[in-house]
Design a protein around this ligand. Structure first.
Ligand SMILES: [Zn+2]
Length: 258
């Protein structure tokens, strides 16, 4: 079987600043980083991986509840930087997005879902179940209003080949959260893995330098090593919030080695 032509594009919905120690346990200072979303052009439909920040965060971080003071959100106040307008500016129709793969349900990966009204949501079942975790909801890490919007939903359990042709595959990489997943994308020329927050930064991978908080630290390490294995087989890893790699992506485009 010849795999169909697939293209991958990276876009960012604003950026954030927070404590560097929140990404790399024990470090000090602050870090400013992108909030990426990815577009996969597949002959059977447009796929978006993660949906970035909620447009309301441009004006107020109140919806982040107890985390409101933890994150400094940089999002244009004119509404141009949430996922819908960002997709439009890149030449895509947000209404034509057929599927949204959510790596996990943290607010900076789900906030733009309301702007993709016709998509099916693809999420790990064990991640969706966390929407009943009152502690996480109270904290503000998860926001039911971001994601429980009536979209059709495919809940999966483990790895899943989205089109049955090997081009777009969800990879269970839990540990950062209960049901975190990464996404492997095979284009005509390259293999990429969208890491999500399994690896915030390149350093998370190279030094197994974890954040201070994981849902399950042992599973997190296991999943980081799984992504290292993908890299060892030739995949280019796209880290969750790596400002240096993002600079390279913007400079070189995504079809170059990054
Ligand atoms: Zn996260």
């Amino acid at each position: 079987m010849v795999a169909p032509a697939v293209r991958l594009h990276a876009l960012s919905t604003g950026s954030m600043t927070s404590s560097r120690g929140g990404f790399l346990d024990g470090e000090t200072g602050e870090i400013t980083y992108p909030v990426p979303v990815f577009v996969i052009e597949h002959p059977l439909g447009l796929v978006v991986v993660d949906t970035g920040l909620h447009p309301e965060l441009a004006a107020t971080t109140a919806r982040l509840r107890k985390l409101a003071s933890t994150f400094d959100v940089h999002l244009q106040g004119d509404g141009s930087e949430s996922v819908g307008p960002v997709l439009s500016a890149a030449g895509y129709d947000p209404g034509q997005v057929a599927q949204v793969v959510l790596t996990h349900l943290h607010f900076d990966h789900t906030g733009g879902l309301l702007e993709l009204p016709n998509a099916r949501v693809v999420v790990q079942a064990r991640e969706w179940a966390e929407l009943h975790n009152e502690r996480l909801l109270d904290l503000g890490a998860y926001n039911r209003d971001d994601v429980d919007l009536g979209h059709p939903r495919l809940e999966i359990d483990g790895d899943h080949d989205l089109f049955g042709d090997g081009t777009v595959t969800c990879l269970l990489t839990d540990g950062h959260t209960a049901g975190h997943q990464s996404v492997r994308v095979r284009t005509e020329t390259s293999v990429y893995v969208i890491c999500g927050d399994c690896c915030y930064l390149r350093r998370t991978l190279t030094h197994e330098h974890l954040p201070p908080i994981s849902h399950d630290r042992d599973r997190h390490v296991y999943s980081i090593r799984r992504l290292a294995g993908e890299q060892a087989q030739g995949a280019t890893l796209l880290f969750g919030h790596d400002p240096q790699q993002w600079t390279e992506i913007v400079r070189d485009g995504l079809h170059e080695r990054v």
